[in-house]
Each structure stands twice: as C-alpha cells, then as structure tokens.
Design a protein around this ligand. Structure first.
Ligand code: HAX
Length: 424
C-alpha cells in the first residue's frame, strides 16, 4: 500500500495548492445561474460537484483523468483504479505491486458470507451487495483513525486503506452472492496468482473461456466512473462528505445504482430483449421492432438503455462493448436484437421528440454480452456494474479527503418559495 500512498503524497501538495488558490483568489466568481426548471428537474446541468477523477461531456462521453475511455479499453481494473486516484497510469513496478496488493486483501471474511446466507431468498442481489459492504464497516481503518484523533490532513490515508480493502473483497462478495443465490452455494476461492478481474471471472464459476475473462475485465473498466453528478457517485459523495467511511458511502451509492433509471437499466434491457425475442419467436424485422417500440412508448414506458442525463451522442462505452461483440463474432439472438435496436430506436425516439438524447447508453448492450456467455440471471447484472462503480465512488471520496472538502449542504426551497423566487 505504501507505493500508492507515496504516489499520492507526491501529487497532494499541488492538488491542495490549486484548490486553495482557486478558493482564495476566485471564490466569489459566479460560474452559472440556476433556473426554476433545473430545481424542479433534478438539478440537471447545474455545475456544483467537484470531481477530478473523470469527466463526461455531451458530445464525447467519459474521460478518465482526461483520457478518453476508448483509449483505456486494454487496461486492467487495478490500472484504472490507480489512474483514478493518482492521475497517472502505473509503471511496470507499480502494476506488479497493484496486483499483489489486491490479491493480498481478497479473502472475504466468513461473517460476511454468513450475513449473505441469512438474507431472505427474495433479496435482490444489489440489496445483498450493499448489505455485505455495510456489514464490514466495523473494520474501517478510517473510523479507527478518526476515533483516535487523526487530523483532517491525514484522513485520506485511512480512506485509501479502506478503499483497497473494500475493492479487494467486493469481487469475492459479488461472486458469493451469485453462487449462493443462483448456483449450488459452493464458493470458489480466489487464486493468489491471478489478477483482480481474472479472479472475479473465475470465482463466478461460469466459464474458463479467455473471452469471458476478457469481457469481465472490460466490464470492470468501462463502468468504473462517470464523473460526480450521477446518482450513485453523488450519493456516495454526499454520505462521504459527512466523514462517513467508504463502507457506508459505497453501500449508499449502490442503493442508488439499484434504481431502474440508473444501473438497474441493464437488467431492464435484458427483460425487454427477451420479451422481444419471445414475442417474435426470434429476431424481428426492423419494421416489426419499430412498431413494438412505438407500442411501448405509447403505453407510457421508456425504452431502457436509451437516453442519458448528460450524453448527447452514442455512449463510447456502448461502442466499446459493440466492438467486443464484433471482435468475438457474437451473433446470438439477444446481441442481434441489441444491434437491431441500435438501428431503429434513435429514429423512433427522435420522431417522438421527448428524449433529449435518442442514443444508446452503456446499459443497452452490457447485459446481452453477459447473457451470451451464460450469465442468464439478469438481476445480477447491476451487481457487476456496482463492483466496478465502487472504484469510482472510492476514488472520488479519496480525492475529497485529500483536499479536505466541506460537508455537502445545498439549499432546498419549498414550492411556495420557488414560486415567489420565480415571480420576483
Ligand atoms: N425512452 C422513452 N422516453 C425517454 C427516454 C427513453 N429511453 N429517455 C428519456 N425519455 C423521456 C423522459 O422520460 C422525459 O419524459 P417526460 O418529459 O414525460 O418526463 C423526456 O424524455 C425528457 O427526458 P431527458 O431530459 O431526455 O432525460 P433525463 O435526463 O430526464 O433522464 C434517463 C435520463 C437516462 C433517466 C432517461 O433517458 C431514461 O429514462 N432512459 C431509459 C433508462 C436508462 O437507460 N437508464 C440508464 C441511463 C444510464 C445510466 O445511468 N446507467 O447507469
């Protein structure tokens, strides 16, 4: 762990200096106004969250530390985590140490497995994941450091320790959820010589195929972070801003990810695709699928996997998964329906004229790839997303601990106050 701490200690003075100078010299500068529509509409577009780990633009999509995600698709998740927290890619020595670090903390304690075993059989896998993280809270190095009187300047170190522990274990926890809920309940232990995502792919016990290992690696890379304003990151950040440790914060963030308008959309997409497949007894013609989508829209339902709060182009993470499907010649019905949707849905949503973006987001394809490799239990798909997103939430909280951010506290208005403000 010392090598990451040393790296962070190296970059820390410049980051703190930049923030402090900005606050001191330009603290009064107004960068945006707020409309009534934004207050009513989920704070959409109000630039109010500081996030250094990644950014999302309307016309390009995700950049991690200013590197377009399409240039990072060959990385391992550990490398992405290092990039998220330090701002640079690891060198060879750091890469080797990262692998050792993650495998050294990979074992999931028995009490956590017992918590999972005692949960109701109908518990959603996301509820199980969130609960398992909370159950580990008593092990928090951050809580210990805080109780022992560690100063504000030093709190990031324990946050890093907690993050490494949480991330090292989360794959084993997720795999345990999968095997307890959907398989024979026999857990597969991590291999100390394998890297983080290979271990995860192995512990799920679905396939030993190299392409499956590759898919899990890519999955963990693509979902890792998506700036600070989305529901899961912002929830994690808000909880973390109260100096709750990352076990509380990531657990809370994952509860937001579990909503169908956010991470659960990947589960919804698979429902939709299988519904289409059953309805048409295979892959429909584009004309038939178009009508099917219109019927769904006309019944007041959204087309899952399309649209976005920020993006106004095809999500590059969709493009990366699409390329994976092409590179591996995946041609089964669910992938074919995903591709047919990509041909017709943007036109349908444009014609309907409501969605600000008619383009696919990452969730419109991710589940079909998992399905193709034999992970057919789609209530598990958001757990795959959550394992990856935990990296982003942890690294964003770590950043805020490094610079000593304030507790989050925006101002709320009553409807009458908003009416009065609008009529001034
Ligand atoms: N199908 C049908 N209608 C859609 C739509 C879609 N895919 N996307 C947006 N719209 C509608 C909205 O429901 C809204 O309608 P109302 O005015 O009647 O409320 C209107 O278009 C304007 O919405 P918007 O401004 O374009 O979109 P928002 O920023 O409000 O919401 C969502 C963004 C992603 C939630 C939205 O596009 C949606 O519901 N998409 C389908 C669900 C989905 O794919 N979610 C995953 C998003 C990616 C993500 O976070 N993954 O974790």
């Amino acid at each position: 762990m010392e090598f990451i701490k040393n790296k962070l200690a190296e970059v820390l003075p410049a980051v703190r200096e930049k923030r402090t100078t900005l606050l001191k010299d330009k603290g009064e500068v107004q960068i945006a106004g707020v409309t009534v529509e934004q207050v009513i509409g989920g704070m959409r577009g109000i630039p109010s969250v500081l996030c250094d780990t990644s950014s999302v633009s309307a016309d390009e999509g995700l950049r991690i530390r200013n590197i377009p995600i399409m240039e990072l698709t060959d990385q391992t998740p550990e490398e992405i985590f290092f990039l998220l927290v330090t701002g640079s890619k690891p060198n060879d020595a750091e890469r080797a140490q990262l692998k050792t670090l993650f495998s050294a903390h990979a074992e999931v304690p028995e009490y956590v497995i017992n918590v999972l075993k005692t949960m109701h059989k109908d518990s959603h896998p996301m509820a199980m994941l969130s609960t398992a993280l909370l159950a580990m809270e008593h092990e928090s190095a951050f809580r210990q450091a805080y109780e022992n009187g560690a100063g504000k300047e030093k709190l990031w170190e324990a946050t890093l320790e907690d993050s490494i522990m949480l991330l090292s274990r989360i794959t084993g926890i997720a795999a345990a959820i999968y095997r307890l809920k959907f398989k024979d309940g026999v857990l597969i232990q991590p291999d100390p010589n394998a890297d983080w995502s290979t271990n995860f792919a192995n512990m799920l016990g679905i396939s030993n195929d190299a392409a499956w290992m590759e898919l899990v690696r890519l999955y963990l890379v693509l979902h890792s972070d998506h700036e600070g304003g989305n529901v899961s990151a912002m929830t994690g950040l808000t909880v973390g801003s109260a100096l709750s440790d990352v076990f509380y914060a990531v657990s809370a963030g994952l509860n937001g990810l579990a909503g169908p308008l956010h991470g659960l959309a990947n589960q919804e997409v698979l429902h939709f695709i299988l519904e289409v497949q059953q309805h048409f007894n295979g892959v429909p013609s584009d004309e038939a699928l178009t009508q099917y989508c219109w019927d769904r829209l006309n019944s007041g339902r959204v087309i899952p996997g399309y649209g976005h709060g920020v993006l106004r182009v095809t999500d590059p993470r969709f493009t990366a998964f699409h390329k994976f499907a092409d590179d591996h010649n995946l041609t089964n019905d669910s992938i074919s329906i995903v591709k047919a949707m990509f041909r017709i849905v943007p036109g349908v949503l444009t014609e309907q004229g409501k969605a600000k973006s008619p383009w696919p987001n990452v969730d419109s394809i991710s589940g079909s790839l998992l399905y193709d490799f034999g992970m057919t239990e789609f209530s598990f798909y958001t757990v795959m997303f959550g394992v990856s997103r935990a990296m982003g939430i942890c690294s964003q909280i770590l950043f805020h601990r490094m610079v000593g951010s304030a507790i989050t506290r925006p101002k709320s208005l009553t409807l009458d106050q908003l009416v009065a403000a609008a009529n001034k």
